[in-house]
Design a protein around this ligand. Structure first.
Ligand code: GLN
Length: 438
């Protein structure tokens, strides 16, 4: 698929139409860190340039069996590291609402493709917010399922203890249809759980909603906060009980993530050594070391930064001070979510601290870029399901995302509440103007 947003990679791919099934006719695109047999798989990295996947990811197998049409592969930050898709080796994806702005990341191509009407549903992956943050920036619905409910087989690993594949679509109803197909235990991924998706309905009279004061009090753009407050007002008007809850460690989740993710990724990226996957990337190396050196030089700056941070955090003398401490923080995050979900059914807070920002604005400031994940990372460390859905617009017309989180395996409640909101509001029906076909 060709487009003017640079949402798609490998634009010459021919769509693959599958047989009849419950999702027949659904036009689905795939983030280019998920394997589709005989299609390129680049992770938006030069290091995988020209690599063709020899097999299907489990999610792709299931979606083919359900009858979807696979119509392309979408852009991302290299190896899914980033919050703006600016780290792609193949250029930035533009936000369809304003092409001077980023689409978010790392699943920026997926979110932009849905928002621009170039597909019905896109698959993304979420490790620290990569489904929800771009969904919020592009005014669409993005769902990060419970960790382990969807197989990671065929997803290029970023941080396997958080990585999860999930759908992005205009509506929660479409997201749910795809999630119901891809969810379930897989013998090829030992971290998957015994799981079958069963839809539910929301009983507002019994619904207990928690507002995590520790997150709401962080530095959040006033327009983003107000739109989310109106979402909470809607919940109250529906009869839900709304109370404050505490997640005292959640604001520290990002710090822990910024250690654990590089630690895991530094180990995972070791396999890209110029021998197993992309022998042709380096021609006529003089020695084995020369091959390694020239291959690794193909990684982009952010990837190299994380390999360096990760190996440092895991090294003798630093392991306890960094990695072990980060893992302890994660344990606390998990326990605090479990405690909170004793007294409430769902937790609501904004998806992102700000709406979409200008291309280039944060590109040279890694810490500012990491801050984009402040409100999404807690659900990743907590292993809990979370959705971002459109809850309003800024005065300048940019979409704003709101986030619903529930306890592990309560994916159905998250989706049911998002569907109920969308049945009574029209934020998700608004579309950016312009024809984005290339
Ligand atoms: N933006 C986050 C990061 O850079 C999230 C990545 C992700 O979820 N894949 O790590």
């Amino acid at each position: 698929m060709r487009d003017t947003l640079n949402a798609f990679l490998h634009p010459d791919l021919e769509p693959i139409v599958s047989g009849n099934g419950p999702l027949s006719g659904l036009n689905l695109v795939v983030k280019d860190n998920i394997a589709v047999q005989d299609w390129p798989l680049s992770a938006a990295s030069k290091i995988l340039d020209g690599y063709i996947s020899p097999y299907d990811a489990t999610v792709i197998k299931k979606l083919r069996a359900a009858g979807v049409t696979l119509s392309g592969k979408t852009n991302l930050d290299e190896f899914a590291m980033g919050s703006s898709t600016e780290n792609s080796a193949y250029g930035v994806t533009k936000n369809p609402w304003n092409t001077e702005l980023v689409a978010g990341g790392s699943s920026g191509g997926s979110a932009a493709a849905v928002a621009a009407g170039l597909c019905d549903v896109a698959l993304g992956s979420d490790t620290g917010g990569s489904i929800r943050q771009p969904a919020a920036f592009c005014g669409v619905t993005g769902f990060k399922p419970t960790y382990g409910s969807v197989s990671r087989y065929g997803l290029i690993a970023l941080a396997p203890s958080y990585d999860v594949i999930g759908p992005i679509a205009r509506t929660a109803a479409e997201v749910e249809k795809v999630f119901a197909v891809i969810a379930g235990q897989d013998p090829l991924d030992q971290t998957t759980i015994d799981y079958t998706y069963e839809p539910t309905a929301v009983d507002f009279a019994k619904l207990r909603v928690g507002l995590p004061t520790d997150l709401w009090r962080l530095d959040i753009d006033p327009e983003v906060k107000e739109a989310n407050q109106r979402f909470v007002d809607w919940l109250k008007a529906k009869g839900a009980t709304v109370v404050d809850v505490t997640l005292p460690t959640a604001p520290q989740a990002l710090n822990a993530y910024c250690i654990i993710l590089p630690a895991e990724t530094s180990a995972n990226l070791a396999r890209f050594d110029g021998i197993r996957f992309q022998k042709k990337a380096v021609t006529e190396p003089e020695t084995l070391l020369d091959r390694y050196r020239r291959t690794k030089a193909l990684f982009g700056a952010e990837v190299k930064r994380r390999i360096l941070i990760g190996t440092y955090a895991l090294s003798v003398g630093h392991y306890d001070a960094y990695y072990q401490l980060a893992v302890t923080i994660q344990g606390q995050v998990i326990r605090e979510f479990e405690d909170a979900f004793q007294s409430v059914d769902v937790i609501i807070n904004p998806t992102t601290p700000t709406p979409a920002f200008k291309i280039g604005e944060k590109a040279n400031d890694p810490v500012a870029m990491y801050q984009c994940d402040l409100l999404t990372v807690p659900a990743d460390l907590g292993l809990v399901p979370a959705i971002s859905l459109p809850v309003g617009f800024t005065k300048s017309g940019l979409p704003i995302g709101g986030q619903i989180t529930a306890a592990q395996t309560k994916d159905n409640l998250v989706l049911a509440l998002a569907k109920a909101f969308q049945a009574e509001t029209d934020f998700h029906t608004k579309k950016p103007s312009g024809d984005f076909h290339g």
